[in-house]
Write a protein that binds this ligand. Structure first.
Ligand code: AMP
Ligand code: MG
Length: 349
């Protein structure tokens, strides 16, 4: 398949590309496009055939449902009910990195929801994404625009790397500002449950509804006997090609342990990359050191996380060592992605 790539520098001047991409979605094709969380791979959420193309292009497991992206807060045509707490969350956080799970109406095909009775819906905070949805005339089902299992793309080059030749159109635009996928809150239960942490933190959600809780599966390694609430929770996700190891402990011990492990690998002729923060980077004696940003601003770390994992793969290293972060605020989302990307390979020191 031939994939057209177009980059939007100015949304008004480059509107022809948006119209072209929107037509493709309108006619059942699939398009990669920017959002503020990560790039998405979108198709008409109401068209089962379009949705099947998304699964095929990504190599995504069939039982992992898609999130439906909308350009307005008016979603009654998609869901059977919007409970009061869901409405409050929508009013406060949309457009933004928050996906709400609600009971779906039949207009949403089972292919989109992976046979669940529920559907995740989000209004992205990206002018390009909002315009694309509006012009296509349909809600857009979109998972992240990567090959299933790989780190999500936050820049258009990474979409091209993964999807060129597999999708109809790749629309480039700004770098994703949040850098990790949306927070998912299940509002079909009370109190609502966070199924995936993201840019809207637990603390922010609890300001709207005190009772909101975190699903246990988010923090620890998933229990193989428990059926996960969100199908996506059970998959190894976000993973670089190199082996990723997380080192968790106080600063001094983390530095010492990383230096020790790097030395061991180097003696065994292995290439190692270290992912750390501005504050710690100068303490490492060898290995390829990449800073994720300052520990004082974990939003920077979130924004740089996936791109840095892909940079490590570009460097062809065998192993990536990454320091752990406090699981507060957006740190919870960062650690959730690192835990999964490493297959829960966490060394406590
Ligand atoms: P991604 O494809 O990376 O955007 O991931 C979408 C995530 O949303 C997956 O982890 C899904 O399991 C989750 N998700 C989407 N729809 C639902 C739903 N109806 N119920 C629970 N989780 C959902
Ligand atoms: Mg994904």
């Amino acid at each position: 398949m031939e994939t057209k790539v177009a980059i939007i520098k100015d949304i008004d001047k480059d509107i022809e590309y948006l119209i072209e991409a929107a037509k493709i979605i309108h006619n059942g094709g699939i398009v990669a496009f920017p959002t503020e969380t990560v790039y998405g791979l979108g198709g008409n959420a109401l068209n089962a055939k379009a949705v099947e193309k998304i699964f095929k292009a990504k190599g995504r497991p069939q039982d992992n449902p898609l999130i439906v992206h909308v350009s307005s807060k008016e979603i009654n045509y998609l869901v059977s009910e919007v409970p009061e707490v869901a409405q409050k969350l929508i009013d406060k956080f949309w457009p933004g990195p928050l996906t709400i799970i609600l009971n779906k109406k039949d207009i949403i095909p089972n292919e989109t929801s992976a046979n669940l009775d529920t559907i995740g819906i989000r209004m992205p905070n990206s002018n390009i994404a909002l315009k694309l949805i509006e012009l296509s005339g349909y809600p857009i089902a979109a998972p992240s625009a990567n090959i299933s299992g790989r780190p999500s793309p936050t820049e258009v080059e990474r979409c091209i790397e993964d999807l060129n030749g597999k999708v109809d159109y790749i629309l480039g635009g700004e770098k994703s500002n949040v850098g990790v996928e949306s927070t998912i809150v299940d509002c079909t239960v009370y109190p609502p449950m966070v199924l995936r942490p993201g840019g809207i933190t637990l603390e922010m959600l609890q300001e709207v509804c005190k009772g909101i809780k975190i699903d246990k599966a988010i923090q620890g390694k998933p229990d193989e006997n428990l059926r996960p609430k969100a199908p996506g929770m059970k998959y190894r996700h976000y993973a670089p090609k190199a082996k990723l190891k997380i080192i968790k402990g106080n600063k001094q011990k983390t530095i010492e342990k990383i230096n020790e492990i790097v030395q061991n690998y180097i003696e065994n002729q292995k290439e190692v990359a270290i992912l750390s923060t501005d504050e710690l980077c100068s303490n490492f004696n060898s290995g390829k050191v990449i800073s994720l940003g300052s520990e004082k601003n974990l939003y920077d770390v979130a924004r740089n996380l996936f791109e840095s994992l892909r940079e490590c793969d570009d460097l062809n290293v065998d192993v990536i060592l990454c320091q752990a972060f406090d699981e507060e605020g957006v740190g919870l989302a960062i650690m959730n992605r690192l835990n999964k990307a490493s297959g829960f390979d966490i060394l406590e020191v």
